[in-house]
Ligand binder design. Structure first.
Ligand code: FAD
Length: 654
């Protein structure tokens, strides 16, 4: 066998962002031996990049807020495709999770009377985002890490070993979920990035908390780790993915200079008063308010501006529509030739706040534009355009327990899980999602592992050897291409003396660039059937070529090798995105069809589910599954006239 390390834990959490850390803390607090694995350095997760805040209806700034209003906003934002139970749990539990963070040492910005301050964000009826300037994710991660350390100190006092019950494995990448012959989770397989050594962690419960998939797209706010690993690991383990067609293109990413294209410009800029203008100086969002939102948004600049100081007597500015609406509007302005010099539109705070206010409220944005683009946002407008930001689709989970469908012992929370946000996530609803469902995943993973007693599933050696061969295959690619015998790690073998046809070794970086271009051009913000069909053809070719992705050199910190492995995941999830996007013949949230521009109520009843035909990585099968009927008392929170825009008459009269 090729692996050199083997460990055993009760619960393994893959991912150390907000969802993973909250899950790990919970599993450890339930008394279970817990391992946390992360691909990058501990503390470097997407969560740390979160800027604007965490949504929770604490009602500190407007006492009209409560969980029902938050639930309504979340369902409207997701165009009613959200799993209603997840949206309900999220809205009810988010305030407790924020207050809990405070007890663990988080320091949020305050209102003048000393409460946790809350700011406005798109789609939220009231100021709802608890924040720390525009560096909220940093505070969230710092606090959760501090909690991990304090638990480790307790363990040291008990056992003399800080890591006896909670250990972090950093810079380690999981490449397979291991299962017992009867299909239950038995652990994980992976490699250590620095040394290249392979490892197995035996564990009956695994929580996936790996975040998003943005690196499949060319223009993205996501960083290098977000290659859809958890989505692919779940698929390969036999768990279905849902809603994969719904990808959030955040309306405001940097567009210039090219090296920073896609980097996020937080929505707080608009929440705090920033406005969008086209090249003619026009505040164009007034022309893009869709019918379903008409009653809730201001019709004039005067009314919109009044809302910032007197929200009870004015309607919201249209710049604060949900992200999908704003991203499409910007796209249309640029296409119509009214864009900024570098292909975006203008986002201006300089004429709306004093320089002191801007640097106090938006310190990171001020620094980001000064350092990266030499733009002083206190004196001039930013140029912004849509960027691939967030994945609404993900592992199909049980809403209460976060258990993945069909694979006992597998759980998923955070961005890798599907259902919570429907077709479009509201800003701020991710950080709250991480804490609410991270805690639940850790709790129920712990309960599941405890319930097994000593009867723990075990992965056989053959499965581990296959996982090792798969991980090491890129090192054997050159030899295999030359008709050689591959590696002892399991590369394709050829018999001596036979002249195998020469097949080119593929460069993983080239393949990655081609993949990103395909997804950007053919399955991007505006979609058409012929383009998506073309994308599927090209993805099939890329998948076949990726089998021949080869690398040279050693296993010690070899980024080309890491990318060759990540390609499997990005190609799988990209295929799911393209298949589901082609199937859904309507426009809804983060899925816009040029050839089917309207939202169709009958599609609200359908979730598109992707599964793999076999665990070796076979074809992606797509199925239509009915959505869960929304509980009547939750439907009663809406006016019937509004529900008629989303639900069929049949659903309403049921
Ligand atoms: P992440 O925080 O993405 O963590 C994933 C973890 O999984 C990492 O530790 C990674 O190393 C690990 N991992 C991945 N693959 C593997 C593997 N194969 N093996 C081992 N480990 C692996 N949301 C809000 O609610 N409010 C905001 O203000 C906000 N601002 C944002 C700003 C930016 C710039 C970005 C990019 C996102 C923002 N979001 C915001 C979204 C939010 O930050 C993310 O959705 C959220 O942090 C995801 O958290 P997570 O715990 O699911 O995963």
């Amino acid at each position: 066998m090729s692996y050199v390390e083997r460990h055993a834990y009760d619960v393994v959490v893959v991912g150390a962002g907000g969802a993973g850390l909250r899950a790990a803390i919970e599993a450890r607090e339930q008394g279970l031996r817990t391992a946390v694995i992360c691909k990058s350095l501990f503390g470097k997760a997407h969560t740390v990049m979160a800027e604007g805040g965490i949504a929770a209806s604490m009602g500190n700034v407007n006492s009209g807020d409560n969980w029902q209003v938050h639930f309504r906003d979340t369902m409207r934002g997701g165009k009613f495709l959200n799993h209603w139970r997840m949206a309900e749990l999220h809205a009810k539990e988010a305030p407790d999770r924020v207050w809990e963070l405070e007890t663990w040492g988080a320091l949020f910005d305050r209102t003048p009377d000393g409460k946790i301050s809350q700011r406005n964000f798109g789609g939220h009826e009231y100021p709802r985002l608890a924040h720390v300037g525009d560096r909220t994710g940093l505070e969230l991660i710092r606090t959760l890490q501090q909690k991990v350390v304090s638990l480790q100190q307790e363990d040291f006092a008990d056992s003399g070993d800080y890591e006896s019950r909670l250990k972090v494995f950093q810079e380690c990448t999981v490449t397979r979920i291991l299962k017992s012959p009867d299909g239950a989770v038995a652990g994980v397989f992976g490699y250590v990035r620095e040394s290249g050594r392979l490892f197995v962690i035996d564990a009956p419960a695994v929580v996936l908390a790996t975040g998003g998939i943005g690196k499949s797209f060319k223009v993205t706010s996501n960083s290098w780790e977000y290659t859809g690993d958890g989505h692919a690991l779940a698929l390969l383990a036999g768990a279905p993915l849902i809603n994969m067609e719904f990808i959030q293109f955040h309306p405001t990413g940097m567009v210039w200079p090219p090296s920073v294209k896609g980097i996020l410009v937080t929505e707080s800029v608009r929440g705090d008063g920033g406005v969008l203008r086209n090249s003619e100086g026009k505040r164009f969002m007034f022309g893009y308010v869709p019918d379903v939102f008409k009653e809730k948004y201001a019709q004039t600049e005067e009314e919109a501006d009044g809302w910032y100081t007197d929200p009870d007597h004015h309607r919201r500015p249209p710049e604060l529509l949900p992200r999908d609406e704003v991203a499409r509007a910007i796209n249309s302005e640029v296409k119509a030739g009214r864009g900024s010099p570098h292909g975006g539109v203008f986002l201006d705070v300089s004429t709306r706040m004093t320089p002191e206010e801007i640097t106090r409220r938006l310190p990171s944005m001020h620094h980001q534009f000064k350092e990266l683009a030499d733009v002083d946002i206190t004196a001039e407008a930013m140029e912004v355009g849509p960027t691939c930001h967030y994945m609404m689709g993900g592992v199909a989970v049980d809403p209460d327990t976060a258990a993945a469908a069909g694979v006992p012992g597998l759980f998923a929370a955070g961005e890798v899980a599907g259902g919570m946000h429907g077709s479009n996530r509201l800003g701020g609803n991710s950080l709250s999602d991480l804490l609410v469902f991270g805690r639940r995943a850790g709790l129920y993973a712990a309960q599941y592992a405890t319930g097994l007693g000593d009867a723990r599933p075990v992965a056989d050696d053959e499965q581990i050897d296959r996982a090792a061969a798969e991980a090491l295959r890129p090192f054997g690619a050159a030899e295999a291409a030359a008709g050689g015998s591959g590696t002892d790690a399991g590369g394709p073998s050829g018999s001596a003396g036979e002249a195998a046809p020469a097949v080119p070794v593929e460069n993983p970086y080239t393949l990655h660039q081609e993949l990103q271009q395909v997804m950007n051009d053919l399955v991007g913000i505006i979609r058409r059937a012929p383009e998506m069909e073309q994308a599927l053809d090209r993805l099939a070719v890329l998948r076949e070529r990726a089998e021949r992705a080869g690398v040279e050199g050693h296993r010690q910190f070899n980024p080309g090798w890491h990318l060759a492995i990540d390609l499997r995941n990005m190609l799988l999830v990209s295929e799911c995105v393209a298949r589901a996007a082609l199937e859904r013949t309507e426009s809804r949230g983060g899925h816009t069809r040029d050839d089917h521009p309207d939202m169709d109520r009958t599609w609200r009843k359908v979730n598109l589910v992707c599964e793999l035909s076999d665990a070796a990585g076979g074809a992606v099968d797509l199925h239509r599954r009915p959505t869960a009927a929304i509980r009547p008392d939750l439907l009663d929170l809406f006016e019937r006239d509004e529900l008629l825009k989303y639900l069929t008459d049949e659903e309403l009269d049921a």
